[in-house]
Design a protein around this ligand. Structure first.
Ligand SMILES: Cc1cc2nc3c(=O)[nH]c(=O)nc-3n(C[C@H](O)[C@H](O)[C@H](O)COP(=O)(O)OP(=O)(O)OC[C@H]3O[C@@H](n4cnc5c(N)ncnc54)[C@H](O)[C@@H]3O)c2cc1C
Length: 491
């Protein structure tokens, strides 16, 4: 997409937030669009040409977000002579990879239940591989001179209501039993106040390794590095169709086709409409608001260590600081999407942004009178296990289902998909995420209708808990349907 077209798509939005109990109304010009502040801050690199004609290669990758680009990078590390083509529908980094919260997290909190289900050896292998990815992204940025604002600091989960108190206890105890007491551990209220102060914060838990990044800088830097490694990237080249047979896959765009030995699909929530993975992915959404620089407030509340923070709601809030001392505050409870039609509300949603802004000001009342300058959002590819899944179906390898935790794990996903695409098998392709047996979501439109009702119940339940009320029985019953079916919607 050309700059002029992009500018036309970017609308300034006037949001009327109401702050706190005094219902002080004010209107501000908030730049609310699909792309968000990260892309603006990073400055978009020049558009690459689209596919025009027919060509052949060893591996063709569909999707130029983190997953597709890390896969391309890893293929060139494993087989420098392999010919690799990336086909990106829009522009690399303009999807969720360039506009997420920038939390680089691992899986320790999930390892105890994975150990109970699959044995501690397999669970620990996955936990270690995900933890290694967090550190590897930092090293990669150093090695490739990519200034993605990578800042290593513990990720801290916080109870912000009585209902959330001790939410982590089972998992921290399980990690201690597995010898991981120094990777995921409880923080008392007093210890937490040394990280950040807020009138609504109780105790919490900290997890390492973790980091924050400027997501668009990381994605644009990765794109440059991948190009430099000899991979051909075509932007504005949506793959509309594929055909398999005679030892090759042919991918077709409006401008041409790519014939490859193997193909990789790394298209995030669009996997919900891909016929090989239909009903394996459900589409949620997440939305972020960003304050003006508030260095004095960060200093006053002691939040100067780059820690990524989140609460323990079902539809969680996540929040972090930026290099220029803003607060980016996200909410994972946006409305559902569907593969049946375009749902632009998964990208630009005034209601979700207003709720995020309300929570921001409840957590940090000192922000009263300070401006929110930007808002944005994007779709979330939810899997029924809340862990990504990697599958080889014929000559096509796929990865999807990061469920809101894809920045760190997509590095690992690239290591897995690169091996699949090169027909190699090793410890990465033996990880629990590969060829998982996972529950399916119901077919559309039931998935959208049922998912929306369950989401609404979860939002009501979280809001009741926030103010110390018990959610009604019907709300609780509907909100717990996924758990009772052995599935999970976004947190
Ligand atoms: C608001 C928000 C906040 C988030 N915060 C965090 C966070 O703090 N930490 C975290 O770990 N995760 C977070 N996530 C999730 C994270 O952004 C994703 O898991 C991750 O970016 C997934 O990368 P990807 O490459 O799979 O997908 P994407 O970045 O979506 O890339 C997929 C690409 O495929 C392209 N594509 C789609 N269809 C086609 C087609 N037919 N042909 C060609 N190309 C196609 C798209 O244009 C897109 O560029 C957040 C997500 C959102 C929306």
């Amino acid at each position: 997409m050309h700059r002029r077209q992009l500018a036309a798509q970017t609308q300034s939005d006037c949001l009327n937030f109401r702050i706190g109990s005094r219902q002080l109304a004010y209107a501000r010009r908030v730049k609310h669009d699909r792309f968000g502040w990260w892309v603006e801050e990073a400055g978009s690199p020049d558009l690459l040409g689209s596919l025009d004609g027919n060509l052949s290669c060893d591996v063709a990758i569909v999707g130029g977000g983190y997953l597709g680009l890390w896969t391309a990078w890893q293929i060139k590390q494993l087989e420098p002579n392999a010919t690799v083509v990336v086909l990106e529908a829009e522009r690399c980094g303009f999807g969720p990879s360039g506009r997420n919260g920038g939390f680089v997290n691992c899986y320790w909190a999930k390892v105890p239940w994975l150990a109970a289900e699959f044995g501690s050896q397999a669970a620990l292998a996955l936990g270690r591989a995900a933890a290694d990815s967090v550190a590897a992204i930092g090293s990669w940025c150093d090695d490739n001179s990519v200034d993605a604002w990578y800042r290593a600091a513990p990720h801290v989960e916080i109870a912000t209501s009585a209902a959330q108190a001790g939410d982590w206890a089972e998992a921290t105890a399980g990690c201690a039993d597995l010898g991981l007491a120094d990777q995921y551990y409880e923080l008392s209220r007093e210890q937490l106040a040394e990280v950040v102060k807020s009138p609504v914060f109780g105790a919490g838990a900290a997890m390492i390794p973790a980091a924050t990044v400027q997501p668009a800088r990381l994605c644009f830097g990765l794109r440059e590095a991948v190009l430099g490694s000899g991979v051909r990237i075509f932007e504005q080249s949506r793959v509309n169709d594929f055909a398999e047979g005679e030892g090759a896959v042919v991918l077709r765009t409006a401008g041409g086709s790519v014939r490859a030995r193997n193909a990789v699909y790394a298209i995030n929530s669009a996997m919900a409409g891909f016929r090989k993975t239909r009903n394996s992915v459900s589409i949620g959404s997440s939305h972020i608001v960003l304050t003006e620089p508030v260095p004095d407030i960060l200093e006053a509340i002691g939040w100067t260590g780059h820690q990524g923070l989140s609460d323990c709601r079902t539809m969680l809030h996540y929040f972090r600081t930026t290099e220029d001392h803003r607060i980016a505050f996200g909410w994972g409870g946006g409305r559902m999407g569907t593969s049946l039609w375009d749902r632009s509300v998964t990208e630009v949603d005034r209601q979700a942004v207003r709720l995020a802004a309300e929570a921001l000001r409840r957590f940090f009342p000192a922000l009263e009178g300070r401006e929110i300058t930007h808002a944005w959002g994007g779709p979330i590819d939810v899997s029924s296990t809340r862990l990504p899944q990697f599958r080889q179906i014929g000559q096509i390898s796929t990865g999807f289902g990061f469920t809101g935790n894809g920045v760190g794990p997509s590095y690992l996903g690239g290591q897995i998909l690169a091996r699949m695409a090169l027909d190699r098998r090793d410890e990465f392709t033996n990880l629990l995420l590969v060829e998982q047996r996972a529950k399916h979501f119901p077919p559309e439109p039931l998935q959208f209708v049922g998912g929306s009702a369950i989401r609404a119940a979860m939002v009501r339940s979280d809001r009741a808990n926030d103010v110390g009320e018990t959610p009604g029985w019907l709300t609780s019953a509907v909100a717990s349907i996924p758990n009772r079916l052995g599935m999970h919607l976004p947190r």
